[in-house]
Design a protein around this ligand. Structure first.
Ligand code: NDP
Length: 434
Protein backbone atom coordinates (compact mmCIF):
# COMPACT_ATOMS: atom_id res chain seq x y z
CA UNK A 1 0.00 0.00 0.00
CA UNK A 2 2.83 2.41 0.88
CA UNK A 3 4.54 1.62 -2.41
CA UNK A 4 1.41 2.33 -4.49
CA UNK A 5 -0.45 5.07 -2.59
CA UNK A 6 -4.06 5.84 -3.47
CA UNK A 7 -4.48 2.88 -5.86
CA UNK A 8 -7.53 1.50 -4.01
CA UNK A 9 -8.82 -0.88 -6.69
CA UNK A 10 -5.33 -2.26 -7.30
CA UNK A 11 -4.92 -3.02 -3.57
CA UNK A 12 -8.32 -4.73 -3.57
CA UNK A 13 -7.46 -6.92 -6.56
CA UNK A 14 -4.06 -7.93 -5.14
CA UNK A 15 -5.48 -8.71 -1.69
CA UNK A 16 -8.18 -10.89 -3.24
CA UNK A 17 -5.61 -12.99 -5.12
CA UNK A 18 -3.08 -13.22 -2.27
CA UNK A 19 -5.75 -14.41 0.17
CA UNK A 20 -6.09 -17.56 -1.95
CA UNK A 21 -2.40 -18.39 -2.28
CA UNK A 22 -1.45 -19.50 1.26
CA UNK A 23 -1.72 -23.22 0.45
CA UNK A 24 0.15 -23.09 -2.83
CA UNK A 25 3.02 -21.01 -1.44
CA UNK A 26 3.38 -23.37 1.56
CA UNK A 27 3.59 -26.31 -0.83
CA UNK A 28 6.10 -24.60 -3.17
CA UNK A 29 8.86 -22.75 -1.26
CA UNK A 30 10.60 -22.11 -4.59
CA UNK A 31 8.01 -19.39 -5.34
CA UNK A 32 8.96 -17.54 -2.17
CA UNK A 33 12.70 -18.03 -2.73
CA UNK A 34 12.40 -16.40 -6.16
CA UNK A 35 10.12 -13.60 -4.83
CA UNK A 36 7.56 -14.54 -7.46
CA UNK A 37 4.67 -12.79 -5.69
CA UNK A 38 6.54 -9.52 -5.18
CA UNK A 39 7.66 -9.60 -8.81
CA UNK A 40 4.08 -10.30 -9.96
CA UNK A 41 2.80 -7.21 -8.12
CA UNK A 42 5.27 -4.92 -9.90
CA UNK A 43 4.37 -4.22 -13.56
CA UNK A 44 7.14 -4.85 -16.07
CA UNK A 45 6.47 -1.41 -17.57
CA UNK A 46 3.99 1.45 -17.05
CA UNK A 47 3.38 4.11 -19.68
CA UNK A 48 1.51 7.34 -18.91
CA UNK A 49 1.11 9.93 -21.63
CA UNK A 50 -0.60 13.14 -22.72
CA UNK A 51 -3.40 12.87 -25.28
CA UNK A 52 -4.14 16.28 -26.83
CA UNK A 53 -7.02 16.57 -29.31
CA UNK A 54 -9.45 19.13 -30.69
CA UNK A 55 -13.21 18.98 -30.07
CA UNK A 56 -15.86 19.92 -32.66
CA UNK A 57 -15.90 23.51 -31.43
CA UNK A 58 -12.15 23.79 -32.11
CA UNK A 59 -11.19 23.81 -28.42
CA UNK A 60 -8.09 21.93 -27.33
CA UNK A 61 -8.78 19.07 -24.90
CA UNK A 62 -6.17 17.16 -22.90
CA UNK A 63 -6.64 13.65 -21.58
CA UNK A 64 -4.30 11.19 -19.93
CA UNK A 65 -3.44 7.87 -21.56
CA UNK A 66 -2.19 4.71 -19.82
CA UNK A 67 -0.76 1.34 -20.73
CA UNK A 68 0.38 -0.95 -17.95
CA UNK A 69 2.41 -3.86 -19.31
CA UNK A 70 2.11 -6.12 -16.32
CA UNK A 71 3.54 -9.52 -17.09
CA UNK A 72 4.81 -11.17 -20.26
CA UNK A 73 6.02 -14.52 -18.90
CA UNK A 74 3.39 -16.43 -20.90
CA UNK A 75 3.23 -14.34 -24.07
CA UNK A 76 2.88 -10.76 -25.36
CA UNK A 77 1.03 -8.36 -23.08
CA UNK A 78 -2.68 -8.71 -23.79
CA UNK A 79 -5.65 -6.81 -22.36
CA UNK A 80 -8.20 -4.17 -23.26
CA UNK A 81 -8.29 -0.39 -23.43
CA UNK A 82 -10.92 1.44 -21.38
CA UNK A 83 -12.18 4.95 -22.18
CA UNK A 84 -14.11 6.21 -19.15
CA UNK A 85 -13.78 9.34 -16.96
CA UNK A 86 -13.07 7.19 -13.88
CA UNK A 87 -9.84 5.79 -15.40
CA UNK A 88 -6.64 6.46 -13.42
CA UNK A 89 -3.55 4.41 -12.67
CA UNK A 90 -5.21 2.42 -9.82
CA UNK A 91 -7.98 1.19 -12.15
CA UNK A 92 -5.62 0.29 -14.98
CA UNK A 93 -3.34 -1.58 -12.57
CA UNK A 94 -6.20 -3.55 -11.00
CA UNK A 95 -7.40 -4.55 -14.45
CA UNK A 96 -3.88 -5.41 -15.63
CA UNK A 97 -3.18 -7.48 -12.52
CA UNK A 98 -6.43 -9.46 -12.93
CA UNK A 99 -5.60 -9.93 -16.58
CA UNK A 100 -2.40 -11.85 -15.78
CA UNK A 101 -4.34 -14.62 -14.01
CA UNK A 102 -7.28 -14.58 -16.41
CA UNK A 103 -5.02 -14.97 -19.43
CA UNK A 104 -3.09 -17.72 -17.70
CA UNK A 105 -6.36 -19.55 -16.96
CA UNK A 106 -7.25 -19.67 -20.65
CA UNK A 107 -4.23 -21.92 -21.22
CA UNK A 108 -3.28 -19.76 -24.24
CA UNK A 109 0.08 -18.01 -24.80
CA UNK A 110 -0.81 -14.49 -23.63
CA UNK A 111 0.66 -12.24 -20.95
CA UNK A 112 -1.27 -9.59 -19.02
CA UNK A 113 -1.69 -5.84 -19.56
CA UNK A 114 -4.35 -3.14 -19.65
CA UNK A 115 -4.69 0.47 -20.70
CA UNK A 116 -7.04 3.30 -21.43
CA UNK A 117 -7.79 6.92 -20.81
CA UNK A 118 -9.94 9.22 -18.69
CA UNK A 119 -11.55 10.40 -21.96
CA UNK A 120 -15.38 10.33 -21.69
CA UNK A 121 -16.92 9.20 -25.00
CA UNK A 122 -20.45 9.90 -23.76
CA UNK A 123 -21.99 12.77 -25.72
CA UNK A 124 -18.99 13.03 -28.07
CA UNK A 125 -19.50 12.94 -31.84
CA UNK A 126 -17.98 10.16 -33.97
CA UNK A 127 -15.50 12.72 -35.35
CA UNK A 128 -14.38 13.64 -31.83
CA UNK A 129 -13.98 9.98 -30.86
CA UNK A 130 -11.90 9.48 -34.02
CA UNK A 131 -9.62 12.45 -33.35
CA UNK A 132 -9.14 11.36 -29.75
CA UNK A 133 -8.41 7.74 -30.76
CA UNK A 134 -5.90 8.88 -33.39
CA UNK A 135 -4.06 11.07 -30.89
CA UNK A 136 -4.08 8.25 -28.32
CA UNK A 137 -2.55 5.82 -30.83
CA UNK A 138 0.01 8.39 -32.02
CA UNK A 139 1.78 7.85 -28.71
CA UNK A 140 0.81 4.26 -27.93
CA UNK A 141 1.81 2.70 -31.27
CA UNK A 142 5.55 2.60 -30.40
CA UNK A 143 4.80 0.20 -27.53
CA UNK A 144 2.63 -2.23 -29.52
CA UNK A 145 3.19 -5.15 -31.88
CA UNK A 146 1.98 -8.70 -32.34
CA UNK A 147 4.96 -10.06 -30.37
CA UNK A 148 5.02 -7.22 -27.86
CA UNK A 149 1.67 -5.88 -26.71
CA UNK A 150 -1.76 -6.48 -28.24
CA UNK A 151 -4.65 -4.36 -26.89
CA UNK A 152 -8.40 -4.97 -27.36
CA UNK A 153 -11.58 -3.16 -26.26
CA UNK A 154 -13.18 -2.70 -22.85
CA UNK A 155 -15.64 -0.16 -21.41
CA UNK A 156 -16.10 2.66 -23.95
CA UNK A 157 -13.98 0.91 -26.59
CA UNK A 158 -15.92 -1.22 -29.08
CA UNK A 159 -15.59 -2.01 -32.79
CA UNK A 160 -15.78 1.65 -33.88
CA UNK A 161 -12.92 2.75 -31.60
CA UNK A 162 -10.77 -0.30 -32.45
CA UNK A 163 -11.23 0.71 -36.12
CA UNK A 164 -9.94 4.26 -35.53
CA UNK A 165 -7.05 2.95 -33.41
CA UNK A 166 -6.05 0.30 -35.95
CA UNK A 167 -6.33 2.79 -38.81
CA UNK A 168 -3.91 5.15 -37.09
CA UNK A 169 -1.51 2.31 -36.19
CA UNK A 170 -1.45 1.18 -39.79
CA UNK A 171 -0.92 4.72 -41.03
CA UNK A 172 1.99 5.51 -38.71
CA UNK A 173 3.80 2.19 -39.11
CA UNK A 174 2.95 1.55 -42.76
CA UNK A 175 2.29 -2.06 -41.75
CA UNK A 176 -0.97 -4.00 -42.04
CA UNK A 177 -0.06 -5.82 -38.86
CA UNK A 178 -3.43 -7.38 -38.02
CA UNK A 179 -2.17 -9.17 -34.94
CA UNK A 180 -1.48 -5.93 -33.11
CA UNK A 181 -5.05 -5.22 -31.99
CA UNK A 182 -7.99 -7.56 -31.47
CA UNK A 183 -11.72 -6.92 -31.68
CA UNK A 184 -11.31 -5.85 -35.31
CA UNK A 185 -14.15 -5.84 -37.84
CA UNK A 186 -14.75 -9.02 -39.81
CA UNK A 187 -13.70 -7.53 -43.15
CA UNK A 188 -10.38 -6.20 -41.83
CA UNK A 189 -8.85 -9.03 -39.83
CA UNK A 190 -11.37 -9.62 -37.04
CA UNK A 191 -12.63 -12.96 -35.78
CA UNK A 192 -16.12 -14.34 -35.74
CA UNK A 193 -17.55 -14.45 -32.20
CA UNK A 194 -15.08 -11.89 -30.73
CA UNK A 195 -17.87 -9.32 -30.25
CA UNK A 196 -20.09 -11.87 -28.53
CA UNK A 197 -17.32 -13.79 -26.74
CA UNK A 198 -17.27 -12.27 -23.26
CA UNK A 199 -21.05 -12.42 -22.84
CA UNK A 200 -21.36 -15.87 -24.42
CA UNK A 201 -18.40 -17.18 -22.42
CA UNK A 202 -19.94 -15.87 -19.19
CA UNK A 203 -23.12 -17.81 -19.87
CA UNK A 204 -21.21 -20.95 -20.94
CA UNK A 205 -19.41 -20.80 -17.60
CA UNK A 206 -22.69 -20.47 -15.67
CA UNK A 207 -24.09 -23.36 -17.68
CA UNK A 208 -21.18 -25.47 -16.40
CA UNK A 209 -21.86 -24.36 -12.81
CA UNK A 210 -25.49 -25.40 -13.22
CA UNK A 211 -24.60 -28.71 -14.87
CA UNK A 212 -22.15 -29.53 -12.09
CA UNK A 213 -25.16 -29.37 -9.73
CA UNK A 214 -27.39 -31.40 -12.06
CA UNK A 215 -29.30 -28.26 -13.04
CA UNK A 216 -29.79 -26.14 -16.22
CA UNK A 217 -30.85 -22.67 -17.41
CA UNK A 218 -34.32 -23.95 -18.18
CA UNK A 219 -36.89 -21.48 -16.81
CA UNK A 220 -34.34 -19.56 -14.72
CA UNK A 221 -34.91 -15.83 -14.12
CA UNK A 222 -31.70 -13.93 -14.71
CA UNK A 223 -30.72 -10.33 -13.92
CA UNK A 224 -27.86 -8.84 -15.96
CA UNK A 225 -26.45 -5.48 -14.93
CA UNK A 226 -25.09 -3.12 -17.56
CA UNK A 227 -26.24 -2.94 -21.15
CA UNK A 228 -22.96 -2.82 -23.02
CA UNK A 229 -21.11 -5.41 -25.03
CA UNK A 230 -20.89 -8.03 -22.29
CA UNK A 231 -24.45 -7.60 -20.99
CA UNK A 232 -26.06 -7.65 -24.44
CA UNK A 233 -24.45 -10.88 -25.55
CA UNK A 234 -24.89 -12.56 -22.16
CA UNK A 235 -28.60 -11.81 -22.56
CA UNK A 236 -28.67 -13.32 -26.04
CA UNK A 237 -26.99 -16.55 -24.88
CA UNK A 238 -29.13 -16.96 -21.75
CA UNK A 239 -32.21 -16.90 -23.99
CA UNK A 240 -30.67 -19.45 -26.37
CA UNK A 241 -30.07 -21.78 -23.42
CA UNK A 242 -33.64 -21.53 -22.11
CA UNK A 243 -33.34 -18.91 -19.34
CA UNK A 244 -35.07 -15.51 -19.21
CA UNK A 245 -33.23 -12.22 -18.65
CA UNK A 246 -35.75 -9.93 -16.99
CA UNK A 247 -33.64 -6.86 -16.20
CA UNK A 248 -30.63 -4.85 -17.38
CA UNK A 249 -29.24 -1.41 -16.55
CA UNK A 250 -26.93 1.52 -17.23
CA UNK A 251 -25.47 4.10 -14.88
CA UNK A 252 -28.75 6.09 -14.88
CA UNK A 253 -31.23 3.32 -13.99
CA UNK A 254 -32.57 -0.10 -14.87
CA UNK A 255 -35.34 -1.67 -16.88
CA UNK A 256 -37.48 -4.65 -15.84
CA UNK A 257 -39.09 -6.55 -18.69
CA UNK A 258 -41.16 -9.48 -17.45
CA UNK A 259 -41.57 -10.81 -21.01
CA UNK A 260 -37.77 -11.06 -21.21
CA UNK A 261 -35.36 -8.41 -22.49
CA UNK A 262 -35.69 -8.25 -26.28
CA UNK A 263 -32.05 -8.80 -27.21
CA UNK A 264 -32.38 -7.48 -30.76
CA UNK A 265 -34.10 -4.29 -29.67
CA UNK A 266 -31.57 -3.71 -26.88
CA UNK A 267 -28.73 -4.26 -29.34
CA UNK A 268 -30.23 -1.78 -31.79
CA UNK A 269 -30.93 0.90 -29.16
CA UNK A 270 -27.49 0.59 -27.57
CA UNK A 271 -25.11 -0.05 -30.46
CA UNK A 272 -26.83 1.52 -33.45
CA UNK A 273 -28.68 4.43 -31.87
CA UNK A 274 -26.19 4.76 -28.98
CA UNK A 275 -29.20 5.22 -26.68
CA UNK A 276 -29.93 4.34 -23.04
CA UNK A 277 -31.97 1.61 -21.36
CA UNK A 278 -34.69 4.24 -20.79
CA UNK A 279 -34.96 4.46 -24.60
CA UNK A 280 -35.30 0.67 -24.75
CA UNK A 281 -38.20 0.82 -22.25
CA UNK A 282 -39.87 3.63 -24.19
CA UNK A 283 -39.74 1.76 -27.51
CA UNK A 284 -40.62 -1.62 -26.00
CA UNK A 285 -43.64 -0.28 -24.06
CA UNK A 286 -46.06 -2.84 -22.49
CA UNK A 287 -44.00 -5.37 -20.58
CA UNK A 288 -41.06 -3.02 -19.87
CA UNK A 289 -40.81 -0.71 -16.86
CA UNK A 290 -37.96 1.79 -16.44
CA UNK A 291 -36.73 2.66 -12.95
CA UNK A 292 -34.56 5.78 -12.76
CA UNK A 293 -31.72 5.41 -10.22
CA UNK A 294 -32.30 2.62 -7.70
CA UNK A 295 -30.61 -0.77 -7.62
CA UNK A 296 -31.11 -3.52 -10.17
CA UNK A 297 -30.34 -6.08 -7.41
CA UNK A 298 -33.85 -5.37 -6.01
CA UNK A 299 -35.27 -7.44 -8.89
CA UNK A 300 -35.89 -11.04 -7.70
CA UNK A 301 -33.95 -13.62 -9.72
CA UNK A 302 -32.37 -17.09 -9.62
CA UNK A 303 -29.09 -16.01 -11.23
CA UNK A 304 -27.33 -12.62 -11.12
CA UNK A 305 -24.72 -11.63 -13.68
CA UNK A 306 -23.00 -8.31 -12.85
CA UNK A 307 -21.74 -7.17 -16.28
CA UNK A 308 -21.20 -3.39 -15.86
CA UNK A 309 -18.22 -2.25 -13.81
CA UNK A 310 -16.07 -2.67 -10.67
CA UNK A 311 -17.68 -2.62 -7.21
CA UNK A 312 -21.23 -2.31 -8.55
CA UNK A 313 -22.56 -5.10 -6.27
CA UNK A 314 -22.09 -4.25 -2.59
CA UNK A 315 -23.40 -5.68 0.66
CA UNK A 316 -26.88 -4.12 0.27
CA UNK A 317 -27.35 -5.63 -3.17
CA UNK A 318 -25.98 -9.00 -2.04
CA UNK A 319 -28.38 -9.07 0.93
CA UNK A 320 -31.32 -8.43 -1.37
CA UNK A 321 -30.22 -11.12 -3.81
CA UNK A 322 -29.97 -13.67 -1.00
CA UNK A 323 -33.33 -12.62 0.48
CA UNK A 324 -34.96 -13.02 -2.95
CA UNK A 325 -33.61 -16.55 -3.41
CA UNK A 326 -30.74 -16.01 -5.88
CA UNK A 327 -28.47 -19.09 -5.95
CA UNK A 328 -25.73 -18.22 -8.48
CA UNK A 329 -23.70 -15.01 -8.93
CA UNK A 330 -21.16 -14.99 -11.77
CA UNK A 331 -19.08 -11.94 -12.65
CA UNK A 332 -19.24 -10.94 -16.32
CA UNK A 333 -17.51 -7.66 -15.43
CA UNK A 334 -14.11 -7.27 -13.75
CA UNK A 335 -14.31 -7.19 -9.93
CA UNK A 336 -17.97 -6.02 -9.83
CA UNK A 337 -18.59 -7.55 -6.38
CA UNK A 338 -17.06 -5.94 -3.28
CA UNK A 339 -15.11 -8.21 -0.88
CA UNK A 340 -17.81 -7.89 1.83
CA UNK A 341 -20.53 -8.79 -0.64
CA UNK A 342 -18.57 -11.86 -1.80
CA UNK A 343 -18.25 -13.06 1.81
CA UNK A 344 -21.96 -12.49 2.40
CA UNK A 345 -22.98 -14.41 -0.72
CA UNK A 346 -20.70 -17.34 0.02
CA UNK A 347 -21.76 -17.54 3.68
CA UNK A 348 -25.37 -17.69 2.46
CA UNK A 349 -24.55 -20.66 0.21
CA UNK A 350 -24.76 -18.77 -3.10
CA UNK A 351 -22.42 -20.27 -5.73
CA UNK A 352 -20.07 -17.41 -6.61
CA UNK A 353 -17.71 -17.37 -9.60
CA UNK A 354 -15.10 -14.60 -10.11
CA UNK A 355 -14.62 -12.48 -13.23
CA UNK A 356 -11.12 -13.70 -14.02
CA UNK A 357 -12.60 -17.12 -14.77
CA UNK A 358 -16.14 -16.23 -15.87
CA UNK A 359 -15.31 -13.45 -18.35
CA UNK A 360 -12.12 -15.00 -19.76
CA UNK A 361 -13.95 -15.92 -22.97
CA UNK A 362 -13.34 -12.44 -24.39
CA UNK A 363 -9.59 -12.53 -24.18
CA UNK A 364 -9.54 -16.23 -25.15
CA UNK A 365 -11.32 -15.38 -28.40
CA UNK A 366 -8.91 -12.47 -28.89
CA UNK A 367 -6.12 -15.05 -28.73
CA UNK A 368 -8.03 -17.07 -31.35
CA UNK A 369 -8.18 -13.89 -33.46
CA UNK A 370 -4.38 -13.61 -33.14
CA UNK A 371 -4.04 -17.24 -34.26
CA UNK A 372 -6.16 -16.56 -37.33
CA UNK A 373 -4.19 -13.39 -38.12
CA UNK A 374 -0.88 -15.25 -37.80
CA UNK A 375 -2.02 -17.95 -40.22
CA UNK A 376 -3.89 -15.53 -42.56
CA UNK A 377 -6.99 -17.64 -41.95
CA UNK A 378 -10.56 -17.02 -40.85
CA UNK A 379 -12.70 -19.57 -39.11
CA UNK A 380 -16.47 -20.01 -39.24
CA UNK A 381 -18.79 -18.74 -36.51
CA UNK A 382 -19.75 -22.28 -35.49
CA UNK A 383 -16.16 -23.51 -35.24
CA UNK A 384 -15.04 -20.45 -33.25
CA UNK A 385 -18.00 -20.64 -30.89
CA UNK A 386 -17.28 -24.32 -30.24
CA UNK A 387 -13.64 -23.47 -29.43
CA UNK A 388 -14.91 -20.81 -27.00
CA UNK A 389 -17.34 -23.23 -25.33
CA UNK A 390 -14.53 -25.79 -24.99
CA UNK A 391 -12.19 -23.22 -23.40
CA UNK A 392 -14.88 -22.16 -20.89
CA UNK A 393 -15.58 -25.79 -19.97
CA UNK A 394 -11.92 -26.41 -19.42
CA UNK A 395 -11.48 -23.26 -17.26
CA UNK A 396 -14.50 -24.29 -15.20
CA UNK A 397 -13.27 -27.83 -14.68
CA UNK A 398 -9.73 -26.79 -13.82
CA UNK A 399 -11.02 -24.28 -11.24
CA UNK A 400 -13.03 -27.02 -9.53
CA UNK A 401 -10.20 -29.58 -9.68
CA UNK A 402 -7.69 -27.15 -8.20
CA UNK A 403 -10.10 -26.06 -5.46
CA UNK A 404 -10.56 -29.72 -4.57
CA UNK A 405 -6.80 -30.37 -4.64
CA UNK A 406 -6.22 -27.53 -2.16
CA UNK A 407 -8.96 -28.67 0.19
CA UNK A 408 -11.56 -26.05 -0.79
CA UNK A 409 -14.09 -28.01 -2.87
CA UNK A 410 -16.57 -25.90 -4.85
CA UNK A 411 -14.59 -22.69 -4.21
CA UNK A 412 -14.31 -21.05 -7.65
CA UNK A 413 -12.36 -18.06 -6.26
CA UNK A 414 -9.57 -20.21 -4.82
CA UNK A 415 -9.64 -22.47 -7.88
CA UNK A 416 -9.27 -19.57 -10.34
CA UNK A 417 -6.59 -17.74 -8.38
CA UNK A 418 -4.43 -20.81 -7.72
CA UNK A 419 -4.73 -22.22 -11.27
CA UNK A 420 -3.97 -18.84 -12.85
CA UNK A 421 -1.08 -18.15 -10.48
CA UNK A 422 0.65 -21.52 -10.82
CA UNK A 423 1.04 -21.39 -14.60
CA UNK A 424 2.50 -17.85 -14.56
CA UNK A 425 4.68 -18.54 -11.53
CA UNK A 426 6.20 -21.65 -13.14
CA UNK A 427 6.95 -19.70 -16.33
CA UNK A 428 8.58 -16.92 -14.29
CA UNK A 429 10.79 -19.46 -12.52
CA UNK A 430 11.77 -21.02 -15.84
CA UNK A 431 12.68 -17.67 -17.41
CA UNK A 432 14.99 -16.68 -14.56
CA UNK A 433 15.27 -13.33 -12.82
CA UNK A 434 13.80 -11.00 -15.43
P1 NDP B 1 -19.39 -1.30 -22.48
O1 NDP B 1 -18.79 0.04 -22.50
O2 NDP B 1 -19.86 -1.93 -23.71
O3 NDP B 1 -20.61 -1.30 -21.44
C1 NDP B 1 -20.45 -0.93 -20.11
C2 NDP B 1 -21.81 -0.95 -19.45
O4 NDP B 1 -21.61 -0.78 -18.04
C3 NDP B 1 -22.72 0.17 -19.89
O5 NDP B 1 -24.04 -0.24 -19.82
C4 NDP B 1 -22.44 1.25 -18.84
O6 NDP B 1 -23.50 2.16 -18.64
C5 NDP B 1 -22.24 0.42 -17.60
N1 NDP B 1 -21.36 1.15 -16.68
C6 NDP B 1 -20.09 1.57 -16.90
N2 NDP B 1 -19.60 2.24 -15.85
C7 NDP B 1 -20.60 2.25 -14.96
C8 NDP B 1 -20.70 2.79 -13.66
N3 NDP B 1 -19.71 3.48 -13.08
N4 NDP B 1 -21.89 2.59 -13.00
C9 NDP B 1 -22.90 1.89 -13.59
N5 NDP B 1 -22.85 1.36 -14.82
C10 NDP B 1 -21.72 1.55 -15.49
O7 NDP B 1 -18.32 -2.24 -21.71
P2 NDP B 1 -18.21 -3.82 -21.72
O8 NDP B 1 -19.56 -4.43 -21.77
O9 NDP B 1 -17.19 -4.19 -22.72
O10 NDP B 1 -17.56 -4.10 -20.29
C11 NDP B 1 -18.33 -4.35 -19.12
C12 NDP B 1 -17.47 -5.02 -18.07
O11 NDP B 1 -16.96 -6.26 -18.59
C13 NDP B 1 -16.24 -4.24 -17.62
O12 NDP B 1 -15.97 -4.52 -16.26
C14 NDP B 1 -15.13 -4.83 -18.47
O13 NDP B 1 -13.86 -4.66 -17.89
C15 NDP B 1 -15.56 -6.29 -18.47
N6 NDP B 1 -14.98 -7.09 -19.54
C16 NDP B 1 -15.18 -6.78 -20.86
C17 NDP B 1 -14.65 -7.55 -21.86
C18 NDP B 1 -14.95 -7.31 -23.31
O14 NDP B 1 -14.60 -8.18 -24.12
N7 NDP B 1 -15.60 -6.23 -23.69
C19 NDP B 1 -13.77 -8.69 -21.54
C20 NDP B 1 -13.70 -9.01 -20.13
C21 NDP B 1 -14.25 -8.19 -19.19
P3 NDP B 1 -23.30 3.73 -19.03
O15 NDP B 1 -23.49 3.78 -20.50
O16 NDP B 1 -24.35 4.42 -18.26
O17 NDP B 1 -21.91 4.10 -18.58
Amino acid sequence: VARNPGEREFHQAVREVLESLGGVVAKHPEYTDAEVIRRLCEPERQIIFRVPWQDDAGRVQINRGFRVEFNSALGPFKGGLRFHPSVYLGIVKFLGFEQIFKNSLTGLPIGGGKGGSDFNPRGRSAAEVMRFSQSFMTELYRHLGEYTDVPAGDIGVGGREIGYLFGQYKRITNRYESGTLTGKGLSWGGSQVRTEATGYGTVFFVDEILKAAGDSFDGKRVVVSGSGNVAIHATEKVHQLGGLVIACSDSDGYVVDEAGIDFELLHEVKTEQRGRVSDYAAVRGGSARYVAGGSIWDVPCDIALPCATQNELGVDGAERLVRNGCTVVAEGANMPTTPDAIRLLRDAGVRFAPGKAVNAGGVATSALEMQQNASRDSWSFEYTEERLAEIMRSIHDRCLETAEEYGQPGDYVAGANITGFTRVADAMLALGLI
